[in-house]
Design a protein around this ligand. Sequence first.
Ligand SMILES: C[S@@+](CC[C@H](N)C(=O)[O-])C[C@H]1O[C@@H](n2cnc3c(N)ncnc32)[C@H](O)[C@@H]1O
Ligand code: SF4
Length: 449
Amino acid sequence: MTHLDTLRRMGLFDARVPRYTSYPPATAFTPAQGADFQVSCLQSLDPATPVSVYIHIPFCERLCWFCACRTQGTSTLKPVAHYLEVVKDELALLRATLPAGVTMGQMHWGGGTPTILPPEMIRDLAQAVKDVIPPAPDFSFSVEIDPTLVDDAKIAALAEMGMTRASIGIQDFARDVQEAIGRKQSFAQTRACVDSLRAAGITSLNADLVYGLPFQTAAKLAATIAKVRALDPDRIALFGYAHVPSFSKRQKLIPDAALPGEEDRYHLARQAAAAFTGSGYEPIGIDHFAKPADSLAIAAKTGHLRRNFQGYTDDTCPTLIGIGASSISQFAQGYVQNASATAAYIERVAAGQLAGHRGYEMTAADRLRATAINMLMCDFAIDLERLAQHAGAAELAPIHDTILQDFAGMVVKDAGHIRITPAGRALTRIIAQRYDGFAGIAAQYSQAS
Ligand SMILES: C[S@@+](CC[C@H](N)C(=O)[O-])C[C@H]1O[C@@H](n2cnc3c(N)ncnc32)[C@H](O)[C@@H]1O
Ligand code: SF4
């Protein structure tokens, strides 16, 4: 049996599993923990510990067919301007709820496309957030940037407001792949964006790539990787294309027949990983790469890597306050997600209410499972001594044993760890799911490979 046959037998191509950007996954959230829970979590924050802030901008000028993000297309700035006013109203509600003195260690703007905002709206929004939650001394600010919808003036406004890290969407540079995913983006345009970001003093740059896209081949991916290397990003996110047309209707424009088969998809992922590690990047978790001196690589080496809704992070703030439609807040007590549809979000805030509508209150048993899953997703190993610091850790022993049996050769027990071997890393999400107490709930997850 080949290695690939073994991975197939262990479920690599059949499993549909969460990405574990949170545990429990958002599919386990319920309306029982909505705005009231959000208020009590916010009120209990300790002002001595800075928080992270996430702002969701659910607008794009063009809608790429492959994209599964919560966003909507707009050809004018009118709905965007209205949305920003609502976000400012949400900030006013937060100001009325938060204890005095809370500061912001990190801010991230995602979407959608935050760079749909013109420079004056960028300044206005950033200032509005800072007025309510002032930046802590080591404040950092990252922004998702569409290289086709940004210019020097927008980058200058972001830099002026303190942007320290930029994440640019690339996906793939091959023309037919871009046509098949409804996203045209030239290398020259991307290069100009990178040059402009560097000229504005941005020293930490991430590039998003996707494997498993329609018409992608090994040769086309190699050409894309060569171009990405020429751009010299500090970090790379290499996402497997999640094809979930029942959830993201625009993906119906992508014919199934154009998608690489499961084995091709597996080889594309391995090819890209080998190319990036071969050129000096360190692999980080299941789908990231970073230069050795980058803070993400340092966090991974020192055991401080964490998983959050943006993927992997070295963010040390224990609290994340999500602002805007569909944003998720993370508190010591659990999670709260804002109303997902932009219209529903606007309605709630207009009614003078915080926008949380679903959430989850963590129990001690959830925290134990969350720790095990986070260790696997970040370190490929459960540190049994650290896990034992949680009450009830012994309850997970039968799961460790079953995993060692079911994934023999891919999971080993050594020096106090349950460790996924390099050969088994493609199975990480599947193995992590064994610790998931919600694994039985019906939900549409993306494929594991
Ligand atoms: C929220 S998008 C923002 C990117 C920005 N608007 C742009 O277009 O450059 C962040 C990233 O999510 C990833 N992404 C979106 N849909 C995906 C899907 N269906 N499967 C895998 N990755 C996806 C893409 O790599 C994208 O760059
Ligand atoms: S990839 Fe970016 S620009 Fe394209 S639809 Fe998604 S969020 Fe919008």
